[in-house]
Design a protein around this ligand. Structure first.
Ligand code: FAQ
Length: 335
């Protein structure tokens, strides 16, 4: 049932002694902060890890359009509708940059799409939760884009050139997305009591799924150690989760909303908030295909792919017609 298949490359980082001369030279480039470009030599594991991460990231942007697309026709004002439409279009664009980036590693966008549609490749767990009210558009922008930015700002410094450059552009747009979400929350939190209640309800439902976006705890993260040695990842999952909590709690206070965590408390010595971890059984269950919307999301993407077949066929037929005409014109000129 649409499992987001867990297939990992292993936790162990290759020691310097076990590396081949090529791998040592590669690691030296990474350690020196050089960017790796598509035609450079790279270990197979590095290439595969990037395809997995960039592919999953691209799929998240594409599937992530669904919970918000659901609200475009029901946005409360024309202005809100235009803003939401622009945001959802941005997400399509982010997906495309990331698919193009992944294609520089020797896969095609069709390969990646096939693996998404079959349930073989993952997308972010957060998009398997429903968006029940308009306040969820605020909570998604504020918390989901907020978590996405927290994760993606360091990825601007990732070691793979095309990924790093894509992230620079994506982050600029994500920060606009986060601000529009916070703006919706502000209007609702300072609005009528019923609106305030909706805002609090949206925060209650989105908080823990947003914390899950950073991935499992460091103890359970399969890829972090090797990905960090290769500077594909710059921070661990727990580091980013903590930064997100530290940044978001004062924002919730400003809104006058309560984070749904009775153990949330700032440690005066470290300056960080202690907080309750998300339910990791629920996280792994969602990854196994059992979240509230896994089936609906993949059905929607499969339907879009099937419905778009005539467009793809038409474009290919047109390209073939142009290619044949060009060949005929060239052979006419030669004779
Ligand atoms: N959901 O060993 P780790 C967005 C999987 S963009 C599903 O720690 P890693 C924009 C992981 O793949 C949001 N699966 O893995 C937007 C692995 O399984 P595998 C997406 C998850 O890769 C906003 C296994 O668990 N952002 O939201 C998740 O080192 C609003 C073990 O985990 C990115 O993709 C999860 N949350 O660290 C759009 C950023 N977490 O592959 C619309 C780039 C973990 O072995 C509206 N990605 N898994 O089968 C990353 O930074 C990393 O891939 C992590 C996971 C941090 C997500």
């Amino acid at each position: 049932m649409y499992a987001q298949m867990v297939s990992s490359t292993g936790k162990v980082v290759k020691s310097y002694e076990d590396m081949s001369p090529d791998e040592r030279a590669f690691q030296a480039r990474i350690d020196a902060g050089e960017k790796i470009e598509p035609k450079d030599w790279m270990p197979e594991g590095y290439r595969k890890t990037l395809i997995r991460q960039m592919g999953q990231h691209a799929h998240s942007e594409i599937v992530g359009q669904l919970p918000e697309g659901n609200w475009i026709t029901r946005a409360p004002t024309l202005e809100r509708k235009a803003i939401l439409l622009a945001k959802v279009q941005d997400e399509a664009g982010h997906g495309l940059y990331l698919y193009c980036g992944a294609e520089t590693l020797g896969v095609t966008r069709d390969d990646l799409t096939r693996d998404l549609l079959s349930g073989k490749m993952k997308y972010s767990s957060i998009f398997n939760y429903p968006t029940l009210t308009w306040a969820d558009m605020g909570a998604v922008g504020w918390l989901v884009d907020g978590a996405a930015i927290m994760n993606q700002v360091p990825l601007q410094r990732t070691s793979y050139g095309p990924y790093s450059r894509a992230m620079i552009r994506i982050c600029k747009e994500e920060s606009f997305h986060q601000r529009q979400g916070f703006d919706i929350m502000m209007k609702m939190a300072y609005g009528l009591p019923a609106q305030r209640k909706m805002a609090q309800d949206a925060l209650n439902r989105t908080w823990y799924p947003a914390l899950m976006m950073f991935g499992p705890s460091d103890a359970d993260s399969v890829h972090s150690a090797q990905s960090m040695a290769w500077k594909i990842k710059i921070n661990t999952n727990d580091e980013l989760r903590q930064k997100f909590v530290d940044q978001t709690v004062p924002q919730a206070e400003y809104l006058g909303l309560s984070i749904p965590d009775e153990h949330l408390k700032r440690d005066p010595e470290t300056g960080h908030y202690n907080f309750t971890q998300p339910d990791w059984d629920e996280f792994f269950d969602v990854l196994s295909g059992n979240g509230p919307c896994n089936v609906e999301r993949l059905n929607a993407r499969n339907k879009a792919w099937d419905d778009g077949e005539w467009v793809r066929d038409g474009l290919m037929a047109h390209a073939e017609k142009k290619r044949t005409a060009k060949c005929a014109a060239e052979s006419g000129r030669q004779s």
